[in-house]
Design a protein. Structure first.
Lengths: 251, 279
């Protein structure tokens, strides 16, 4: 396994009385696509928020390049987040701005590029996800799949070191699922960036993932290269991968 | 046997009373805790906003845009409300005043009340109804659709991006709207005083000039400035703490308007008490 770009070390998170993560440890391999799988509500999205510093753990540490982001000041977190792209489950585009303005926003706020340069980069990035023609459209005019791709474009427009994808294939048809999976793979290659993907779609995980980690009851119970995890003897992993109702996972 | 049964019944009744008392205490405790949580959260948001403003990290174009949306677009409703309030106030006072021989004071009474109390308060209440709900609903819907988190993930501070422009816009525009409200309220009052009680335009104005000083106008505008801060901060805080989808957005908007209007009334009394003490 390549060197880890990010690491969760013994992290626990609870929301009220509900324990979401309990002494959870995970390493994200640099330059690879790591998919995190697990039951709905298992805390997969919480891991992405921890990696982006949007959430602080109740205990444990989160490291990016060996820097503990749990103890960073807000200004340091803002600086760190410019190196991380986040593609949200429902895209979370700003609905008062056009698609182009959404994609241009990080460049406009964090760089001193001219308007012409910003336009060119945003257009090029949108072209990379097949949406150059939607530059002047409002997000409400786009379909679900297009919104997700526009969200990808906004997440990668600053050439981040790591891109976090929260359920990119949820709620779209199989063809768009294939397209989105392909886009994630292509963007990873183009940017040479690490990708962390939350997904329930096993087909697309097998298509794109280098590494898989399975989250169950607040902890990672299996992680490693895709083939290794697929062959895992853990009955919980096998039940999840087979989508079977029969097994140790309580329904 | 009957004795034992009575004792059991007594003990059950005592337990029930104890449960109700504890329940009532717990409910009061929760309410008090909620109030402190609200006040603490609001104070932190205000502190964060003040820091951003003092560091001059201001988005000027967005602030201008908010001046137009929150201020300019409230002008008609503020003018209408103030006009009719000034007119009704004059209608109620002018005829009576003339009957008792105080007709020459009507201009002063109408202007004095308008500039010191009615203008700033009515403008704030009308703008709160329109704008505070809008701010809470807009930010609330951004919160529930993850747009606030998206801003943070892009390395942008929601306070600088969303709260500061709205706050500055209201701090500038509410006093301006109040000036318009003062003027139109007095003019409406003057017209009705003339039409209903035959008080001359000149008499009305000279009475107004004698009664209302420059400091009265400034104090009224100071109140508006504070009301502007209240409207922006309550709307923003309610919006940013919205939870629970569309229903949560509706609740945030309603709660923002109610809280804001109550605070405006309380603060108006407190400010009048201190600003006009001895006047």
């Amino acid at each position: 396994m390549p060197e880890a770009i990010a690491r969760l070390d013994d992290v626990s998170v609870r929301f009220g009385d509900r324990v979401v993560l309990q002494n959870c440890s995970l390493e994200i391999a640099e330059g690879a696509i790591t998919c995190i799988i697990g039951m709905s509500g298992a805390g997969k999205s919480t891991i992405l928020r921890l990696l982006d510093g949007l959430l602080k753990p109740d205990s444990g540490h989160v490291y990016l390049h060996e820097n503990d982001i749990c103890h960073m000041r807000e200004s340091q977190l803002i600086e760190m987040r410019t190196k991380i792209g986040f593609a949200f489950q429902f895209a979370a585009l700003f609905d008062s701005m056009t698609v182009g303005e959404n994609v241009s926003l990080p460049l406009r706020e964090h760089t001193s590029l001219s308007e012409k340069e910003i336009f060119d980069i945003a257009m090029h990035t949108l072209d990379g996800v097949g949406l150059a023609h939607t530059y002047h459209n409002m997000p409400a005019e786009l379909s679900g799949g297009m919104l997700k791709r526009a969200g990808f474009a906004r997440a990668v427009v600053t050439n981040p070191e790591m891109v976090l994808y929260d359920e990119p294939t949820t709620g779209v048809d199989p063809i768009v699922t294939h397209l989105l999976t392909d886009t994630i793979k292509r963007l990873r290659k183009q940017l040479n960036a690490t990708a962390v993907v939350i997904s329930h779609d096993l087909q697309s995980i097998y298509m794109m993932a280098d590494y898989v980690a399975m989250l169950f009851e607040g902890a990672i119970i299996a992680s490693g290269p895709v083939d290794e995890v697929r062959k895992s003897a853990n009955p919980i992993v096998q039940q999840f991968l087979q989508g079977s109702e029969v097994g140790p996972i309580p329904l | 046997m009957a004795q034992v049964l009575r004792e059991v019944e007594d003990s059950q009744a005592a337990q029930a009373v104890e449960r109700v008392s504890i329940g009532a205490l717990a409910s009061i405790g929760r309410k008090v805790s909620d109030i402190f949580e609200y006040a603490g959260g609001l104070t932190l948001l205000m502190w964060e906003t003040a820091k951003t403003i003092f560091r001059l990290r201001i988005r000027f174009a967005e602030t201008l845009n908010q001046c137009y949306l929150l201020g300019y677009q409230s002008l008609i409703i503020v003018l209408l409300t103030s006009l009719f309030t000034g007119m009704v106030f004059s209608l109620e006072s002018a005829v009576q005043a003339v009957q008792y021989g105080f007709g020459s004071f009507v201009g002063g009474i109408v202007s004095y009340t308008n500039v010191r109390e009615l203008g700033p308060m009515l403008t704030a209440v009308v703008v709160a109804g329109r704008v505070c709900a809008a701010i809470a609903a807009e930010l609330g819907s951004m919160e529930v659709t993850e747009q606030i988190e998206a801003l943070q993930s892009l390395g942008l501070a929601p306070v600088r991006f969303l709260v500061v422009p709205r706050l500055l816009a209201l701090m500038i525009m509410l006093p301006l709207l109040t000036i318009f409200a003062d003027v139109i309220g007095v003019l409406g009052g003057q017209w009705i005083a003339h039409a209903q009680a035959h008080i001359g335009y000149q008499d009305f104005m000279s009475s107004a000039r004698q009664t209302v000083g420059f400091l009265d106008v400034v104090k009224g505008l100071f109140k508006s400035f504070i009301f502007g801060i209240v409207i922006a901060m309550i709307g923003a805080y309610q919006g940013l703490t919205t939870k629970g989808g569309a229903a949560g957005v509706g609740k945030a908007a309603t709660s923002a308007v109610v809280t804001c209007i109550i605070l405006i009334f309380i603060l108006n009394f407190v400010m009048s008490y201190f600003l006009y003490a001895g006047a």
